[in-house]
Design a protein around this ligand. Structure first.
Ligand code: HEC
Ligand code: HEC
Length: 182
C-alpha cells in the first residue's frame, strides 16, 4: 500500500525533525548550564582518550577550547614539522582528532574564558596557546615573577599545568595557581 508507506515516511521525517530540534535545544541548555557552573576561568576538560594519548604524550593536553578550530586545523596539518618534532598519525586517527578538536574548539564553547579568548584573537588563528593575546595579557601582571616561565619544572609559558594545579580539569583560576620555587 503506497499511501501507507508514504505516511510512514512522513511520520519518520517528522520524528527526525523533532529529535533534531530537541537536540539543538539540549545543546543550548547544556552550554547555558556550563556557563553558570563555570568559574570565570574554567574550560571543559579533555574528554577524548585519543586526544589525551596522541597530544598529551610530550606536553600538557591543552583543553580544545583554548584555541579556535582554525588553529587546531593548522596544527594538525603541520604535524610532520610540529615545533621541531615529527608527530606521526594514521589518517583515521587524525580525522578523529580533527573532529574532536573542531567540535570543542573555543568558538564552540560557552565558557566565559573561551569567549574572552575568541574576542582577543580578532579573527587570528595562532599555532600556540601561549600566543593568545588574552592569555599573554593575563600573564603580564605583578603576580608573576619575571623568571617564572624559566624556573625548574616550568621551562616555558606553554607548560600550563606546572603552575595551574587544576589545569587537567580545565581550571585556570588564579586561586589555584602555585608557581614552582626557583
Ligand atoms: C613528539 C612530541 C609531541 C607530540 C606527540 C605532540 N606535541 Fe605538541 N608540541 C611539542 C613540542 C616540542 C612543542 C613546543 C613546546 C614549546 O615550545 O614550549 C609543542 C607545542 C604544541 C603547541 C603550542 C604550545 C604553546 O602554546 O606554545 C600546541 C597547541 C600543541 N603542541 C598541540 C599538539 C597537538 C594537538 C598534538 C597531537 C596531535 C601534539 N601537540 C602532539 C611536541 C609534541
Ligand atoms: C609560571 C606559571 C604559569 C604558567 C606556566 C601558566 N600560567 Fe596562567 N597564570 C599564572 C598566574 C600567576 C596567573 C595569575 C596572574 C594574575 O592574576 O595577575 C595566571 C593566570 C591565568 C589565567 C587567568 C586566570 C584568572 O583567574 O584571572 C588564565 C586563563 C591562565 N593563566 C591560563 C594559562 C594557560 C592556558 C597556560 C598555558 C598555556 C598558562 N596559564 C600557563 C601562572 C602561570
Amino acid at each position: 500500500m503506497p499511501s501507507r508507506r508514504l505516511s510512514l515516511a512522513i511520520l519518520g521525517l517528522g520524528v527526525l525533525v523533532l529529535s533534531l530540534a530537541m537536540d539543538a535545544s539540549a545543546d543550548h541548555h547544556r552550554r547555558q548550564r556550563q556557563r553558570q557552573r563555570d568559574g570565570k576561568h574554567c574550560l571543559p576538560p579533555v574528554t577524548s582518550p585519543a586526544y589525551r594519548t596522541e597530544c598529551g604524550a610530550c606536553h600538557f593536553a591543552y583543553p580544545p577550547a583554548l584555541l579556535p578550530s582554525g588553529s587546531w586545523r593548522a596544527i594538525l596539518q603541520k604535524l610532520p614539522e610540529h615545533f621541531g618534532e615529527q608527530v606521526d598519525l594514521d589518517p583515521a586517527r587524525r580525522r578523529e582528532l580533527e573532529d574532536y578538536l573542531a567540535a570543542n574548539a573555543a568558538e564552540r564553547c560557552g565558557a566565559r574564558l573561551a569567549g574572552k579568548i575568541m574576542a582577543s584573537l580578532g579573527g587570528q588563528a595562532p599555532l600556540r596557546v601561549s600566543q593568545v593575546p588574552y592569555l599573554v595579557r593575563k600573564h603580564q601582571g605583578d603576580d608573576l615573577p619575571a623568571d617564572a616561565f624559566s624556573r625548574p619544572g616550568v621551562g616555558s609559558p606553554a607548560n600550563c599545568a606546572a603552575c595551574h594545579t587544576g589545569a587537567d580539569q580545565g581550571d585556570f583560576d588564579e586561586h589555584r595557581v602555585r608557581i614552582p620555587p626557583r
